[in-house]
Design a protein around this ligand. Structure first.
Ligand SMILES: Nc1ncnc2c1ncn2[C@@H]1O[C@H](COP(=O)(O)OP(=O)(O)OP(=O)(O)O)[C@@H](O)[C@H]1O
Length: 260
């Protein structure tokens, strides 16, 4: 069953050029789809457009049957408040208010949605922290008192606490060292396994996506030039950019899914 169905998505910040042109993309229920592309290809713009943070010039963004691209004003605010779609930004330090403690940062979504009684929020926050491998005792800390990997996990806990239908992660591991990167990638895989969370994961790093996603879409100069199952894209890239990307990444040989 399709959860996210993006069609003909075209986005421009000014009149001179489109940053995204006619992008089509889907994420099934319980599926992880990776978007890879070089710097400036439009990855963050895609994440932000799907999350309703950037105006769309043309196209539709269907989430479980609702066209998010058509929502305006109050309807858009109401949708955001539900927290059904959550975006995890790439820079935890900038995304987390330094004056708030972890408990307030993670609990904010529950307060905004208003669906969980105040008395239950602390327990839900603790559950979310445990789900991302953090000690609930960290709830009293502020972002500056956490490591980079812990901050990234707090961002994830904040996105997950309201049990979103779709998680969009924009470069979730690019700021992390190799160990934390693997931990966070394993965490995303575990989320799907244990909670069935559908995910759109955006990265310039093909190996990170190759070990995690079911399907990969390749964004090149604002267009999806190739998409398909991970193994097919890695073994038989059909676009020259993808072929160059695969050839330039020897680590991929180790990460390729085993033959069926
Ligand atoms: N707010 C903005 N106003 C105008 N142009 C923008 C804005 N944000 C991004 N752009 C331009 O849109 C293009 C795509 O940017 P985007 O950040 O989506 O790419 P990206 O693939 O995420 O890049 P990176 O991997 O470097 O983060 C770039 O040319 C960028 O300069």
């Amino acid at each position: 069953m399709t959860l996210l169905d993006v069609q003909g998505l075209t986005v421009a910040y000014d009149r001179r050029r489109n940053v995204l042109t006619d992008v089509a993309l889907s994420v099934g229920v319980g599926e992880i789809v990776g978007v890879v592309g070089e710097t400036g290809s439009g990855k963050t713009t895609l994440a932000r457009a799907v999350a309703g943070l950037v105006p769309v010039r043309a196209g539709t963004i269907g989430l479980a049957g609702t066209d998010l691209a058509g929502l305006r004003g109050r309807a858009l605010r109401d949708f955001r408040r539900t927290g059904r779609l959550q975006l995890v930004f790439q820079d935890p330090l900038r995304a987390l208010d330094p004056d708030w403690d972890v408990s307030a940062l993670v609990g904010e979504q529950l307060a905004v949605a208003g669906t969980v009684p105040v008395a239950e929020r602390a327990e839900r926050v603790a559950d979310a922290l445990r789900a991302v491998g953090l000690d609930p005792g960290l709830a009293v800390r502020r972002p500056a008192q956490l490591s980079g990997g812990q901050r990234q996990r707090v961002l994830l806990a904040r996105a997950l606490v309201g049990k979103p239908a779709l998680l969009i992660a924009d470069e979730p591991v690019s700021a992390l060292d190799a160990t934390s990167r693997n931990d966070v990638l394993a965490l995303l895989a575990g989320l799907r396994e244990h909670s069935g969370t559908s995910q759109l994961v955006i990265s310039h790093d093909l190996p990170s996506l190759a070990g995690l996603a079911d399907r990969i879409a390749v964004l090149y100069r604002g267009r999806i030039v190739e998409h398909g199952p991970v193994r097919r894209v890695l073994e038989e890239p059909s676009h020259p950019y993808t072929a160059r990307l695969v050839a330039a990444t020897p680590r991929l040989r180790r990460l390729r899914p085993a033959a069926a």
